[in-house]
Design a protein around this ligand. Structure first.
Ligand SMILES: Cc1cc2nc3c(=O)[nH]c(=O)nc-3n(C[C@H](O)[C@H](O)[C@H](O)COP(=O)(O)O)c2cc1C
Length: 158
């Protein structure tokens, strides 16, 4: 009847009973030297920390670009956002969406995918179409241009 975070499950859900869930979605560029092994370490430590903090989500890594969706209690997500901004393993962090809503989790379990350049391009182009902050538009455009010109395209591919 409740999941491991104490949230009501499935059929019993009605909106009033749903907890407020904060989500943060961003993309960023992997720093030089961040390879598959480093991404493996990030995922392993994220799995450990996130479960203890009621945070779930998905991390996508492809062509030297990260895309991450995280959701959970607002205070925990805010702390993680601060850690992410101080983490030198990535840069050019573009916040694509964040808000608090009463809803079910989109990602009830932590997950990680590795995607090819074409897939990360579609995710970024989608984000660009809905971005209205001009800094986000500029950073997304820059990432897409770099994907086109090649240097990012050879990173992160397995
Ligand atoms: C792309 C990327 C995604 C990350 N995702 C998470 C995450 O989901 N959860 C987490 O605890 N740390 C994540 N980290 C690591 C954090 O930035 C940070 O190193 C970690 O939370 C430990 O921070 P602290 O030493 O300040 O407690 C991620 C790092 C990177 C570069």
């Amino acid at each position: 009847m409740f999941d491991e975070y104490g949230f009501p499950r499935g059929a019993e859900l009605d909106e009033a009973a749903l907890p407020a869930l904060y989500h943060f979605v961003y993309c960023s560029r992997a720093a030089d030297g961040v390879d598959d092994a480093e991404v493996g370490r990030i995922v392993e430590s994220a799995q450990r920390h996130n479960l203890a903090r009621g945070i779930t989500g998905v991390l996508v890594f492809g062509s030297g670009v990260f895309f991450q969706w995280i959701e959970g209690p607002a205070a925990e997500i805010q702390k993680l956002i601060a850690s992410l901004h101080g983490d030198s393993r990535h840069y050019d962090i573009v916040s694509l969406s964040q808000s608090e809503e009463k809803r079910e989790r989109l990602y009830p379990n932590w997950d990680m995918e590795k995607v090819e350049a074409e897939d990360i391009r579609l995710v970024l182009q989608d984000a660009l179409e809905s971005a209205d902050d001009k800094n986000n538009v500029a950073a997304l455009t820059r990432i897409l241009e770099q994907l086109d010109s090649g240097p990012l395209g050879s990173l992160g591919r397995s």
